[in-house]
Design a protein around this ligand. Structure first.
Ligand code: SAM
Length: 275
């Protein structure tokens, strides 16, 4: 059967290369090239852009990104079994795909991209997705090397990323993402879209860096959010005791009887700046 890009259908690729999904690597593959194109299109125009993809697997999203015209795609994959399948895509899109075999958690991302604006697009492995996002959100220097992040997560993680105060999903991730980026959920993807299907719905999240996030020391903001949300049901005078408790809260003009989930990003930044 012909495909959009003239390469073999993904189901055949998976079969030919013996890529049965490994749970330990978070492997839930997307085989519908219309869907992978929809995800890649959410990142906006890709001409002249260097894209970094984490976990290309058999290459469904990889193919979409290349077919939409990315100037260069650097893909990092931990599972060596996928490399021959990715090499076939590389041959089809001469010179534009570079595959790095390795663990994305150990990659120095900022050093990878030397050309043009950088967008990160990925259907992330669920077991390392949140940590990767935090690494991309928390470099000391801002703005970061990337222009946007277009990432698939389990929906519950997506809800935590875009959450603001007074939302049940609001926590450390929402504060960090809200401080440094504008983040929104774009669309959900049901379990049946994946092979094998995961247990839960997934969602695509798009993040762009704020040009001027409120000035704040990253490490201090981390300390405050960790302490506050570590005991989210307690009043802040209690949960923030190790950091100065009531005195700190009064200095920042915040009622010590409030709870973590009621504080805006701006109020967390204020607390961090008084540490
Ligand atoms: N992009 C493909 C797709 O959309 O069909 C596969 C997505 S699958 C959810 C996650 C991919 O990440 C798998 O190919 C898996 O082998 C890879 N992976 C898992 N842990 C990784 C890590 N630490 N570094 C790089 N890749 C990893």
């Amino acid at each position: 059967m012909a495909t959009l890009d003239g390469l073999p259908p993904l189901r055949d690729v998976i079969q030919r290369h013996g890529l049965d999904a490994k749970k330990a690597l978070g492997q839930n593959f997307l085989l519908d090239l219309n869907l992978t194109q929809k995800i890649a299109r959410s990142a906006g125009p890709l001409d002249d852009v260097t894209v970094i993809e984490v976990g290309p697997g058999p290459g469904g999203l990889t193919r979409a990104i290349l077919s939409l015209g990315a100037k260069k795609l650097i893909a990092i994959e931990r599972d060596a079994r996928c490399l021959p399948a990715l090499a076939e895509i590389g041959d089809h899109y001469a010179e534009r795909l570079e595959v790095i075999e390795g663990d994305a958690l150990k990659v120095e991302f900022a050093a990878l991209a030397t050309e043009g604006p950088v967008k990160i697009i990925a259907n992330l492995p669920y077991n390392v997705g949140t940590q990767l996002l935090i690494n991309w959100l928390l470099p000391v220097n801002w703005p970061p090397f990337w222009e946007s992040l277009t990432l698939m997560f389990q929906k519950e993680v997506g809800q935590r990323i875009v959450a603001t105060e007074d939302d049940d999903h609001y926590g450390r991730l929402g504060v960090i993402a809200g401080w440094r980026t504008e983040a929104r959920m774009i669309f959900d993807v049901p379990p049946q879209a994946f092979t094998p299907p995961p247990k839960v719905t997934s969602t695509v999240v798009h993040l762009t860096p704020r040009d001027h996030p409120l000035p704040c020391d990253v490490a201090k903001l981390e300390r405050v959010t960790q302490a506050a949300f570590g005991q989210r049901r307690k009043m802040l005078r209690q949960s923030l005791k190790p950091l100065g408790g009531e005195a700190l809260l009064l200095k920042a003009d915040i009622d010590p009887a409030r709870r973590a989930e009621t504080l805006s990003v701006e109020e967390f930044v204020r607390l961090a700046n008084f540490l």
